[in-house]
Design a protein around this ligand. Structure first.
Ligand code: NI
Length: 153
């Protein structure tokens, strides 16, 4: 495993749309291992492949319930809403309120290409929505309805 450099919000790559993962090979496994290591080292709860410079649809999330790897994730159902402060490893100085669904059903694949479907709520749902947005080239700072002074965090 190796740490990878986290791309900053000023870099164009974070604004690009990611391509689906087609090859569930060793290279994908290495990418996912590196993404998890990089996320944990930075004390993050999620990381998307474009944040390490790879324009593929892969994310890792750990909100304290264990590591979730999601390949080609797709939110197929969402319910309710929640509003809370978010941050992002690519936007280290920014914090802001974002409205997200309170519950989602997300489908995708694991690192071996096996289909998975999960029902997630609250903070876990928020984190997955945030990471899926990265795959579309969207950052939370684009959709935050109110930014927060970092000194107050
Ligand atoms: Ni982020």
């Amino acid at each position: 495993m190796a740490l990878r450099r986290i791309v900053n919000k000023s870099e164009d790559i974070l604004r690009k749309k990611c391509k689906p993962v087609e090859n569930f090979d060793e290279k994908l496994g290495i990418l996912l291992d590196d993404m998890a290591e990089t996320m944990y080292k930075a004390n993050g709860v999620g990381l998307a492949a474009p944040q390490v410079g790879i324009l593929r649809r892969a994310v890792v999330v750990d909100v304290g319930e264990g590591l979730l790897e999601l390949i080609n994730p797709e939110i197929i159902k969402s319910k309710g809403s929640q509003r809370a402060v978010e941050g992002c490893l690519s936007c280290p100085d920014d914090w802001g309120y974002v409205v997200r669904p309170n519950e989602i059903i997300v489908k995708g694949q694991d690192r071996n290409g096996k289909n998975i479907q999960l029902k997630l709520k609250e903070f876990f749902a928020r984190a997955v929505c945030h990471e899926v947005d990265h795959l579309e080239g969207q950052l939370f700072i684009d959709i935050a309805d109110e930014m927060v002074d970092p000194d107050e965090m």
